[in-house]
Design a protein around this ligand. Sequence first.
Ligand SMILES: Cc1cc2nc3c(=O)[nH]c(=O)nc-3n(C[C@H](O)[C@H](O)[C@H](O)COP(=O)(O)OP(=O)(O)OC[C@H]3O[C@@H](n4cnc5c(N)ncnc54)[C@H](O)[C@@H]3O)c2cc1C
Length: 230
Amino acid sequence: MDYQDAVLQRVTRETDSIYSFALSVPDGMTWKAGQFASWQLRGVPLDEGDTDSRIFTIASSPEEEILLFATRIGDRHSSYKDALLHRIQPGDVIGVSSAMGGFAIPEKADRALLIAGGIGVTPMRAVLKAECLSDRPGRELTLIYSDSREEYAFPDFWKEAAEELPDLQVCYVNNRYDLAAMVRSYAGTNGADASYLISGAPAMNDSMAALLLEQGIPESQLIRDSFMGY
Ligand SMILES: Cc1cc2nc3c(=O)[nH]c(=O)nc-3n(C[C@H](O)[C@H](O)[C@H](O)COP(=O)(O)OP(=O)(O)OC[C@H]3O[C@@H](n4cnc5c(N)ncnc54)[C@H](O)[C@@H]3O)c2cc1C
């Protein structure tokens, strides 16, 4: 994979265990909100068997002119994440690949339910930022942000987005039962008239997709971003 140089600008501790990393955009790099990239660390010691790159979603939209990614670094973590936490500092260069993937709210959708599990919220930040900056007529958007640890990243962003987009509703849940109930209720009301974006660990994605299919939502209305590796 080819990498371009991105210079780390700042690291923000978003919650107890979620950190965001803002980097300069390499010359000529473009991406669409919702895409992901591979991020390569250079010159840092890693455990044998660990690799120097990870896939992280670009949590910013291109108009922000900054590359942002965010990740969860728990008490037990890989040597890659240990390097992110302790070795990398502003001014250092991180390699970034071309952007990949097509996670997005379909252009023609008038309404959408965005279901984020934990750190799966990163593409939701990007697509909602793009929505705030777009001049297309407002559409009805609901974000359900589920996190069993109640570690909700980017709190100011969700408030600003809700002010910017009058038809955006942001709901927080901290357990799978409430999450399933809210999704079921939304699907019952909106059915196949809505698009359903799901982003999180593969197990959460699979259970949400199964629930929506059970509710009669056609597969064509489901858009998924599976964070393999969690
Ligand atoms: C399309 C896509 C987009 C993605 N976007 C993101 C994103 O935006 N943000 C993000 O964070 N991830 C994202 N991921 C997942 C990411 O690529 C990594 O797979 C994930 O962050 C796990 O990282 P890690 O392997 O460094 O493990 P860690 O996160 O360090 O650990 C994973 C698990 O293994 C356990 N563990 C790790 N090391 C040890 C150890 N030594 N002993 C015992 N247990 C241990 C941890 O406790 C944890 O439960 C994405 C993946 C894909 C495919």
